[in-house]
Write a protein that binds this ligand. Structure first.
Ligand SMILES: *[C@@H]1O[C@H](CO)[C@@H](O)[C@H](O)[C@H]1NC(C)=O
Ligand SMILES: *[C@@H]1O[C@H](CO)[C@@H](O)[C@H](O)[C@H]1NC(C)=O
Ligand SMILES: *[C@@H]1O[C@H](CO)[C@@H](O)[C@H](O)[C@H]1NC(C)=O
Ligand SMILES: *[C@@H]1O[C@H](CO)[C@@H](O)[C@H](O)[C@H]1NC(C)=O
Ligand SMILES: *[C@@H]1O[C@H](CO)[C@@H](O)[C@H](O)[C@H]1NC(C)=O
Length: 362
């Protein structure tokens, strides 16, 4: 009796999911992407005064064979995560045309930070504006599916963040007065505070499952090494210190949010350690070069001239998959693939409390 009854419900659920595949299938989980150039898929192509863009050759040369606006020779981390989750590529919010927004939207923008002042107004989509755009999308989904289905869909959705790096790099590269009025602790507190505000807003709108990528060893990016005026062209330890402070504060903030917000679930990816390992032991991970970028100029090809937009002269390597870094601030597709795999199915030494495979199923 008990068995035949559950069999009946199973049949009803299957029929419902066949009739309404986009809203009722338990497998259908949207992916919303927030952040900076590590996650961008082309929003800045549509910003007239964008701080940075990657919509020219050789960006995209390996996989897409044309420049899409992704800061890599090929796919970026969210592309691989979407693939593992059996979703299509998630389109940039600003890209014209009709999108299947119930699969998710990518709000990330190269140069963006959690602090509005990190970039001149209008040159990036900062985190706060990304959250406003998300609300627009929520309204559009509501008009399509109604409030009840939208709530269900948004509570199953994954909200993935990569934010903070630009807030810590900009004071050492583009605007030295950003830090002037603040101690390190205050500045990190502002970045975390603004990020927390956005998380809470998405939670209020029904979001429950969040993913955070830690900041990397920022001072060791080829771009920062090339900017190091200390003579050694070594890592800029002062920038890396901000990254460490940020990551500790982020872990604390996430634990705190979990006690405050009922049903809040998160994954924290230790990108810092995973990238440091690959810089140090590049050959162990299949890279011939771990410090110098494939495309750019100057020390470590760290000057952001890839494609000739910054300076006339630049060098381009023959085989990006020999390199960890594609340009002075961004990774090759091969590196992105390795990291996305760790996020998807890595164990609790790299991603915790859940890996993404588990978080998608939760
Ligand atoms: C872009 O920058 C130019 C020059 O600084 C400025 O005149 C213009 O208003 C800006 N446009 C937008 C859309 O912000
Ligand atoms: C640099 O940062 C300061 C402090 O936030 C700000 O007042 C100034 O407008 C910024 N300059 C540029 C060029 O963005
Ligand atoms: C970001 O932090 C600054 C400093 O605490 C604050 O003035 C600003 O209102 C915050 N913005 C958001 C969107 O939370
Ligand atoms: C450059 O070196 C000085 C002296 O060792 C140090 O105080 C400073 O933090 C270094 N700058 C950077 C950006 O690492
Ligand atoms: C986690 O994975 C790493 C790399 O695959 C492995 O070296 C380590 O032993 C694993 N740790 C645990 C606790 O399973």
């Amino acid at each position: 009796m008990e068995n035949s009854r559950s069999g009946f419900y199973f049949l009803v659920l299957c029929c419902a999911s066949l009739l309404f595949p986009t809203c009722c299938s338990s497998k259908h989980i949207p992916l919303f992407i927030f952040g900076d150039s590590f996650f961008e898929a082309g929003n800045n192509n549509y910003i007239r005064n964008a701080t940075g863009r990657a919509n020219f050759w050789p960006y995209g040369e390996t996989f897409f064979k044309y420049p899409t606006g992704r800061f890599s020779d090929g796919r970026v981390i969210p592309d691989f995560i979407a693939e593992y989750a059996k979703l299509p590529f998630i389109p940039p919010y600003l890209q014209p045309g009709n999108h299947q927004i119930t699969d998710g939207v990518n709000f990330a923008s190269g140069g963006a930070g959690a602090l509005a002042q990190t970039r001149p107004a209008g040159s990036v989509i900062d985190l706060k504006t990304q959250a406003i755009y998300f609300k627009n999308v929520e309204r559009q989904i509501s008009q399509k599916l109604g409030d009840t289905e939208t709530k269900k869909l948004l509570s199953k959705a994954i909200y993935m963040f990569n934010i903070g790096s630009n807030d810590y790099v900009a004071p050492f590269t583009t605007n030295s007065s950003l830090l002037q009025a603040y101690s390190r602790k205050e500045y990190v507190g502002m970045v975390i505070g603004n990020t927390t505000t956005v998380i809470k807003e998405i939670y209020r709108n029904g979001g429950r499952k969040f993913v955070f990528v830690s900041t990397g060893p920022l001072g060791c990016l080829p771009y920062l090494r090339a900017s190091n005026k200390n003579g050694t062209r070594g890592c800029m330890d002062e920038v890396t210190l901000f990254s460490k402070l940020h990551n500790s504060a982020l872990i604390e903030a996430l634990k705190e949010l979990q006690t405050q917000l009922r049903g809040f679930k998160y994954s924290y990816f230790d990108f810092y350690t995973s990238l440091s390992e690959r810089i140090k032991h590049h050959s162990k991970y299949g890279f011939e070069k771990g410090k110098v970028a494939c495309c750019g100029s100057g020390p470590y090809r760290g000057i952001l001239s890839c494609g000739g937009r910054g300076a006339e002269e630049y060098q381009l390597c023959d085989n990006p998959s020999d390199y960890l870094f594609f340009d002075g601030g961004h990774l090759t597709e091969k590196a992105n693939n390795q990291l996305a795999k760790l996020m998807w199915s890595g164990n609790s030494t790299v991603i915790w409390p859940y890996n993404l495979k588990t978080l998608f199923q939760e």
